[in-house]
Design a protein around this ligand. Structure first.
Ligand SMILES: *Cc1c(COP(=O)(O)O)cnc(C)c1O
Length: 220
């Protein structure tokens, strides 16, 4: 098993290469280390290796794992990258620095209420179901303008768009499409790209890449 520092250096090399070929600055891309299923010790090794932004996909798991890490490493950020139930909005707002899975008006309303209650505004990415897949998080492409309008009315800070393209298909067209949707809607952020394809995502404009396996090794 390679050390956290080695794995991080390998991922950083891949990011640097993708930035170079697309004439982008490394500072334009945030690396989110997706630590779901991995124990706090694995997170700590990556923090010590220099990682500063982490992602979890379940509120419950993050609640169990992160309060202590947060206390010990106050400079570290935590993003929610997985689906969120409206009844967990308060917990999510308390725990996370950004949410990548805003995908329906009812959730926008719940988050707006939770943010108001907590007196804390959290940047949100609107997740788009770019492959038009059943059973997948993300708003339908046709519903994006309405959802963005709703989020703006509710004064939710919009960070950008997020997607998880269909598995097993070439992701390039989906990344290009998310980039276009972000541009058309005047949004800065593009949260796209995972362990297998983040270089392509960076070349196509990703501002946030969500990398699990390549940083932590396989999930047990
Ligand atoms: C697990 C997960 C990732 C990371 O996937 P890897 O292939 O392990 O890099 C990225 N985004 C989301 C939404 C995830 O749930």
């Amino acid at each position: 098993m390679e050390s956290a520092a080695t794995l991080l250096a390998e991922v950083e090399d891949r990011i640097a290469h993708a930035c170079r070929v697309s004439e982008r600055e490394r500072s334009e891309v945030t690396l989110i280390a997706v630590s779901k299923t991995h124990p706090p010790e694995a997170v700590e090794s990556l923090i010590e290796a220099g990682c500063r932004v982490f992602g979890e996909n379940r509120v419950q798991e993050a609640q169990a794992k992160w309060p202590e890490l947060r206390e010990r490493y106050p400079g570290v950020q935590l993003h929610l990258v997985g689906q969120l139930q409206s009844n967990k909005a308060d917990e999510a707002v308390a725990l996370f620095d950004a949410i990548h899975s805003l995908d329906r008006p009812s959730l926008a309303q719940a988050l707006a209420r939770a943010m108001q209650k907590a007196g804390k505004a959290i940047p949100c990415f609107v997740q788009v179901n770019v492959g038009n897949e059943e059973q997948k998080g993300g708003c339908a492409i046709a519903e994006l303008p309405g959802l963005l309008a709703e989020a703006r009315t509710l004064e939710i800070p919009l960070a950008g768009l997020m997607c998880v393209p269909p598995l097993g298909i070439e992701p390039t067209p989906f990344f290009a499409f998310l980039d276009k949707l972000a541009r058309d809607n005047g949004l800065e952020g593009r949260s796209m790209g995972m362990s297998g394809d983040f270089e392509t995502a960076i070349v196509l404009g990703a501002t946030h890449v969500r990398v699990g396996t390549a940083l932590f090794g396989g999930r047990g």
